[in-house]
Design a protein around this ligand. Structure first.
Ligand code: GUN
Length: 284
């Protein structure tokens, strides 16, 4: 192995310990940061995710509430509940867990969240703010990736960053954050004919494709920083990323493992966004 591993668990623990002191300071002023998570239906994976989010909030002293609603909840009832939470000063962040049951319009639901409480960074106002470089909430996974680069001392300025994947949640905001940090950015996706060739030019390679071990060693420039956003479940039940870790670790300079890489950073940045929401509210 030549690559240095980027330990997401260690960085997450360091950032969360620091946040806990800021949460305590806000709480002492009567502004305990609060996150409300809305779960509609019984999707088993979503149940695990929301439980982890709520537990992570509690662990650093935030006030966190999980609201479970039945799968047949009407859209009108969900929108009305979000509007109540928008108006509740004890709630600084609102997160509606996705995917939603099919009869609910997820875009409309997300747009109903007040932008100043959109700690997922999924609202059009958050996406627009990121696009034009104004303050707003950044989507948690790409935000976590940027923190990892900072932690290893990798300044994207002047580097070639290649992002594989163009989702609204990871690929597109990742590319915008790297661009904001003055990288030259290429976005590759399923219709990119020379993807391997482009990936090989990357000083920073971000894999967010959702296909197990998609990035192979021949697609990586020696010494590159490789961030693996993928979490794929293999037939034997094991988790694996979008990067062929065992092969790529012999080529890359830095690499995130799966699990224990980008994953722990996503919830960490949700906590960071919720803390920032409470700090902004406390200073108004
Ligand atoms: N479902 C899977 N990941 C996420 C996330 O980060 N936020 C929300 N709201 N739903 C999700």
């Amino acid at each position: 192995m030549t690559a240095q591993p980027i330990d997401g668990n260690a960085l997450a623990a360091k950032l969360r310990a620091h946040m806990a002191t800021e949460v305590a300071a806000l709480a002492a002023q009567g502004h305990t940061p609060g996150l409300t998570v809305l779960l509609v239906g019984e999707d088993p994976a979503s149940q695990v995710y929301v439980r982890n989010k709520v537990k992570a909030c509690e662990a650093i002293g935030m006030a966190s509430r999980l609201e479970r609603h039945p799968a047949d909840m009407s859209e009108a009832a969900l929108l009305a509940r979000i509007q109540e939470l928008n108006a509740d000063p004890s709630v600084h962040g609102i997160l509606v867990q996705l995917p939603l049951p099919k009869h609910l319009n997820a875009d409309l639901v997300i747009e109903t969240i007040a932008p100043e409480k959109d700690v997922d960074g999924f609202h059009i106002a958050s996406a627009g703010a990121l696009m034009v470089g104004q303050p707003g909430f950044k989507p948690c996974t790409p935000y976590g990736c940027m923190k990892m680069l900072e932690d290893i001392g990798c300044n994207p300025r002047g580097k070639h960053a290649v992002v594989i994947g163009r989702s609204n949640i990871v690929g597109k905001p990742m590319a915008l954050l790297l661009l904001q940090a003055s990288a030259t950015v290429t976005i590759c996706h399923s219709a990119t004919p020379n993807l391997a060739e482009l990936a090989r030019q990357a000083d920073i390679l971000v894999a967010a494709v959702g296909r197990p071990r998609f990035v192979t060693a021949d697609m990586v420039k020696p010494g590159a920083v490789v961030l693996d956003v993928g979490i794929n479940r293999l037939p034997d039940g094991k988790l694996c990323g979008d990067v062929d870790f065992d092969a790529v670790k012999d080529v890359a300079g830095w690499i995130t493992p799966v699990p224990g890489g980008v994953g722990p950073m996503t919830i960490t940045m949700l906590l960071q966004n919720t803390l920032e929401a409470a700090q902004r509210r406390a200073s108004t």
